[in-house]
Ligand binder design. Structure first.
Ligand code: C5P
Length: 223
């Protein structure tokens, strides 16, 4: 088995609010891995669309995506779009609402997937999103599928938004998450689904630390 220190790839998929970003970030810190937030890249493309007012002009947006630069700094904490820090803009309600429609465009996905695979070649990585275990890194050394009930996922998101003083309601967050789940699982190109060889983790009622420890144990036990 591979050791952490060799080139190791860990892929995590799951729906919005399943805890995968926080968990992946913590596992990255614990094991000294590069962290890749693939959703942030689709969000950055959505910001690109809004900035250029091409949300409804997909051919133009595809052209812009082919020439834009999306980079991470601070091990995934900051995301730069053509050198501008868009870490705050990618989390706005407007982006939440639009991102799934933009992420379903095959030409956009192809560009972003190529970019993600290139980042994966740079070193040991933990990457999370919707198609990391199935399309981006189908040969990953470790695969996990995180899930939780929609009610619990909405509660977590709502708490995060409240902490950021975003004016919304639990019902509105649940509606937004359910709509995004529906779009992400039913789209034709790279829908969200669990890879056959992924380890399922139901995070309902579990703390972040419990999930992090479970994943680290799985990796350590298989080494
Ligand atoms: O993970 P996050 O919720 O930030 O992702 C935002 C959106 O980006 C998802 O709802 C989905 O539409 C899209 N996405 C995707 N494939 C990924 C990661 C995210 O289509 N690998």
């Amino acid at each position: 088995m591979k050791q952490i220190g060799d080139h190791v790839t860990i892929a995590i998929d799951g729906p919005a609010g399943s805890g995968k970003s926080t968990v992946a970030r913590r596992v990255a810190e614990k094991l000294g891995l590069l962290y890749l937030d693939s959703g942030a890249m689709y969000r950055a493309v959505t910001v690109l669309a809004i900035q250029n007012e091409v949300e409804n002009d997909i051919p133009k947006l595809i052209g812009l995506v082919k020439t834009c630069r999306i980079n991470f700094e601070d091990n995934g904490k900051k995301i730069l779009l053509n050198s501008d820090d868009v870490s705050i803009q990618i989390r706005t309600p407007e982006v939440n609402k639009l991102v799934a429609d933009i992420a379903k465009v095959p030409e956009i996905r192809n560009e972003i997937v190529k970019h993600q695979q290139k980042i994966g070649e740079e070193g040991s990585i933990i990457a999370e999103g919707r198609d990391l275990t199935t399309i981006v890194f189908p040969d990953a050394d470790f695969k996990f599928y995180l899930d939780a009930s929609v009610k619990e996922r909405a509660k977590r998101r709502f708490a995060e938004l409240q902490a950021q003083n975003v004016d919304t309601t639990l019902e509105a967050v649940e509606t937004e998450i359910s709509a995004r789940d529906e779009k992400d699982t039913s789209r034709e190109h790279s829908p969200l689904r669990a890879a056959e060889d992924a380890i399922h983790v139901d995070t309902t009622g579990k703390t972040i630390e419990e999930v992090v420890d479970f994943i680290v144990d799985q990796i350590s036990n298989q080494k």
